[in-house]
Design a protein around this ligand. Sequence first.
Ligand SMILES: Cc1ncc(COP(=O)(O)O)c(C=O)c1O
Length: 404
Amino acid sequence: MIPAVSRADFDHYMVPVFSPLDMIFVRGEGSRLWDQQGRDYIDFGAGVAVTSLGHAHPGLLKALTEQAAKVWHVSNYYTNEPALRLARKLCEATFAERVFYGNSGAEANEAALKLARKRAVNLYGPEKIEIVSFNGSFHGRTFFTVSVGGQAKYSSGMGPNPAGIVHIDLHDEEALRRVVGPKTCAIIVEPVVGESGVLPVKHEYLKLIRELASQHDAALIFDEVQSGNGRTGSLYAYMDTGVTPDILTTAKGIGAGFPIGIMMTTAAMADKHFTPGVHGSTFGGNPLACAVAEAALDIINTPEVLAGVKRKAKHAADRLRQMGQKYKCFDEVRESGLWMGCQLTPELAGKAGAFMKAAADNGVLHIVAGPDVVRLATSLIISDAELDEGLDRMERTCAQMTGR
Ligand SMILES: Cc1ncc(COP(=O)(O)O)c(C=O)c1O
């Protein structure tokens, strides 16, 4: 008999870049997960904003299994039907005219940054390579994306970082005007900054970024890896800002649990610069990922689902704010659709991880954004009953954490 695996095997066999909690999930349905012992958990983390349609969604299962019975992989020597259908639907639904597929958010951003540099160097010469990014931002874990991301703790200690990257504080107008210039090839920004606490960028600031990027013919890249695909209640967060980027990257929720990363852009950006051989990916655009993402897009991009996100988000944020006041645990609850950052009070400073563990013990799974923010990202179609059950479990956690 094959011995059962347990959490201890993680420490024994895995590279220790993660430190997962003790439970091991074996099944999921809707917004509920079950562990090896049969305990159930309400999923308020969605695998870090990934399982946008919950677990075992019948429409996604159908798309995956039907495609699995047809063809899994053909390589980019050929194209395939799901990839083409998905590209057409994304272009019809957004500003984009061209699509590139990778397998993760980092790969989508890697493609975007390479495209921005390639285009600028082609058009203006080797000096135009500067990338402007924001402190606190997160763009992935490849060496280029981690260097562009604004969190030195992820990019230091591995030798020289790629050159030509400038970081400034978000909402600092003077710094933005100072650093953006003729050498700038790209400005990259998350319209809602996820990992640093679900912080929406002011629309006026995004407009200034757009203005300066256009003035210096730099590519404006919106990283919507986390904010995209219905998370905020719009298909993409840029749609609510009055600002249109030149390049949009996404991943996470569009694959709904199946790995895919997408860079969307315009014909003017891409056509003369990302020519055959300049960039690529073995698995990018594979039929399985694209079939699942197409099905996810079809479901998410409907008025019912997007309006449901806004309605449920309001209810959840109201309840979390009430809890915050009653137990004096949250100073602020920032809501961007079904994506929330609950700022812990000074009394609980640094305890977001402990909060997460206590919540898991109470049968609700949320995530964190740094040490001081409890982060929630539910399925976009979580039922009202599951949402309230999870919030009840959160409330129990608030009471325990504060002793009130
Ligand atoms: C805004 C943003 N960009 C990029 C990434 C990286 O995505 P991935 O982990 O799929 O490479 C993340 C992941 O958390 C993200 O939140």
